[in-house]
Design a protein. Structure first.
Length: 380
């Protein structure tokens, strides 16, 4: 029998689809959404513009932008029974597990939920989900604290609505703008693990809600969506900028630990999203007068940048490193970081789900490395 072909672990290097949503150039530290450099979009675009771009592969005009903003906002209301269900969940439940459960339940309130053949209907289902996931994320943070959820407003952008539903107050522009940048930067990222999971589910002919639940379950893992939470816990463990060098020597140089948020499966140069988030983290920290966590992060990154181990392996800060500082400075609990990731990435998931609709079943091969020739013997 001929030897089975070998593949790299984790399907590294395997191409599974042709996509138009994004280009991830890891060697050169470049990220492009449908032709637009991520730095350009982060500086100028609203999240709604990026959603339109990912679905239509072009930016909207003013009329189209208002239409998509309005549709997302007007369909962001979550059914009352869903909110009542959320109130009965344990307050200490994992927020990503809550999001996974609620998205699955939302399918029962969408009469088009089982339709995965009409791409126009799927597009409007996607816009509904984009709005509702934002509402659910804000609602859960309030419900578990004993507060009543705040209904979304139809006159606000998604980022403004999130701040409003989270706080119950008129959204602060600086905070809403920071959220918008975060949302733009994480909306799409090639064939990442959660997007691949969504496409695998879609390829079976299943529905959009099931595909998004698959993606949420995948993003929930600390090796994917939970990395920024791990980075923030690391900064809190270090506690003070004065402790960085000692911690780096004892924990990193000894080989006991790795720096969470430094290094990336794809990027062998600086993650372009990291630099943008760093700039906004600096602004937010200076505005609040609390630069403690940023000072720790910058000092630790500087030590890594000068260390031969990190230089030789081309390990640089990734999107999780500075997003942790930004989100924590915005007064979000650490366990809410990953739901915010999902709140952004739903745009990329949905665009890929619609692209995959009607495609061939995704069914890779595997190399069998177990025994052969065994004979059955009855239990004695």
């Amino acid at each position: 029998m001929s030897e089975a072909p070998k593949t790299k672990g984790g399907l590294e290097g395997a191409v599974v689809a042709d996509i138009t949503t994004s280009l991830v150039d890891g060697e050169n530290g470049r990220l492009v959404y449908a032709g637009y450099e991520i730095e350009d979009l982060a500086a100028h675009a609203s999240y709604e513009e990026v959603v339109f771009l990912l679905f239509k592969t072009r930016l909207p005009n003013k009329k189209e932008l208002e239409e998509i903003r309005s549709e997302i906002a007007s369909h962001a209301v979550v059914p009352g029974r869903i909110l009542e269900m959320m109130k009965r969940l344990p307050p200490k439940a994992n927020p990503m597990a809550v999001l996974r459960t609620v998205v699955s339940a939302l399918a029962h309130y969408d009469h088009d939920s089982e339709n995965l053949t009409d791409k126009t209907k799927a597009y409007h289902t996607a816009l509904r989900l984009i709005g509702q996931i934002t509402t659910v994320t804000a609602a859960w943070d309030r419900i578990r604290k004993g507060l009543e959820p705040v209904a979304p407003r139809v006159d606000l952008t998604l980022s403004e609505n999130f701040v409003y539903m989270l706080t119950g107050k008129q959204p602060d522009k600086t905070v809403a703008d920071a959220f918008n940048v975060y949302m733009v930067l994480l909306a799409e990222h090639g064939m990442n693990a959660s997007t691949f999971a969504a496409r695998v589910t879609t390829a079976t002919g299943s529905d959009m809600y099931s595909a998004v639940v698959s993606a949420i379950g995948t993003l929930k893992g600390p090796s994917h969506g939970g990395a920024n939470a791990e980075a923030m816990h690391m900064f809190m463990e270090i506690d003070n900028p004065e402790n960085v060098e000692k911690w780096f020597t004892q924990e990193i140089k000894s080989g006991n630990r790795r720096i969470m948020g430094i290094g990336h499966r794809i990027y062998k140069a600086l993650d372009p999203r990291a630099e943008v988030l760093k700039q906004h983290a600096v602004k937010m920290c200076q505005a609040t007068g609390n630069t403690r966590w940023l000072d720790i992060a910058v000092k630790l990154a500087d030590l890594a940048r000068a260390d031969d181990y990190f230089i030789e392996r081309k390990l640089y800060p990734n999107v999780d490193y500075y997003s942790a500082i930004l989100l924590y400075t915005l007064d979000l609990d650490i366990d809410m970081f990953t739901p915010l990731f999902a709140m952004s990435r739903i745009a990329g998931w949905a665009a890929n789900i619609i692209d995959q609709m009607g495609g061939r079943l995704i069914r890779p091969d595997a190399n069998y490395v177990g025994p052969l020739g065994l004979k059955y013997n009855a239990p004695q």
